[in-house]
Ligand binder design. Sequence first.
Ligand code: ADP
Ligand code: MG
Length: 347
Amino acid sequence: MSNSSLELKNVTRKFKDMVALDALNLEVGAGELVALLGPSGCGKTTALRIVAGLDRADEGQVILKGKDINALPAHKRNMGMVFQAYSLFPNMTAAENVAFGLQMRRVSKNKRRDKANELLELVGLPTHAHRFTHQLSGGQQQRVALARALAIQPEVLLLDEPLSALDAKVRTNLREEIRRLQLSLGTTTIFVTHDQEEAMAVSDRVAVMNKGHIEQIDSPDVLYNSPATDFVAGFVGSMNRLRATKTGSSLFVIGRTVGASKGGPNVEGEVVALVRHESVRVKPDATSDILIVTRSFLGPVSRITCKLPDGDLVHSMMSSAESSSLRPGDPVKIELLDKELLFQRAE
Ligand code: ADP
Ligand code: MG
């Protein structure tokens, strides 16, 4: 990528025997927001700390706009960071927190005040300049932390699970605001999260991390529709794993034959079909021996769990309106909406 702003090349970090980062490669384009998505302990925070200069790689390079910055100390990297929570200075007001980085850079008092007000306005807190941390809600504190990170006009913005301590509603509102701000400022950003929905909602591309390396980096749509590895398929979205039989380009699954996605492993016979919950539709059928186990109402959609005659469970995500008459114990037939299914070797 010629306009890549930030690049990690073969970055390895070990803590004694523990390999936290295993020759990690990542390129983030100028103005791009990349989400770093992965389970707890896969190395996300370690990667961010190395980018910020708070930790050093044992091997590999961090490159910013074409320059190797491995040896550059954190305070010279001009990177804005927002952590999970509780990172504001408690003895300072919101405005003082936002202005902190500018004070370090010897910006005059008047300019600091103007800049702090401007940024508090930008994050939706124009009237909170004089509040102390304990007078702000969790969401407001994270807005101030964001304003503080942006005040220095960072080269790169690094967000480490900035929303994970917040309530669901505040979380979704704030993530959309972060994205809107990031787009309008054009700041190159890495957004770390373990929440796949959050990652896909805010980013240009999602990098799925597993055990210290990146399994796949793609746009949310490509990642969702064409997971490159078993790990990505299992981690992104909600998949059924159903016993199936493959013959040529056909899969036999839940009593019917469908297409097998091209690009799967070259195998015949017993395989596992990967079917997203929303690709399964359930309809009443008095003659069927498939039974509904539960229906969980989730608002616009409901999750319906069915039991096949062999005891295997199949999950369906359907509109609540369409599934409102379904009850536990009802016999149903199952339709698979995908014409071509992903599949794996049977274990
Ligand atoms: P994540 O942010 O994805 O949850 P981390 O980057 O925090 O993961 O950690 C990756 C792995 O490295 C974990 O197994 C963690 O225990 C280990 N680790 C991280 N920091 C240290 C440290 N300072 N000392 C020892 N082990 C560490
Ligand atoms: Mg972490």
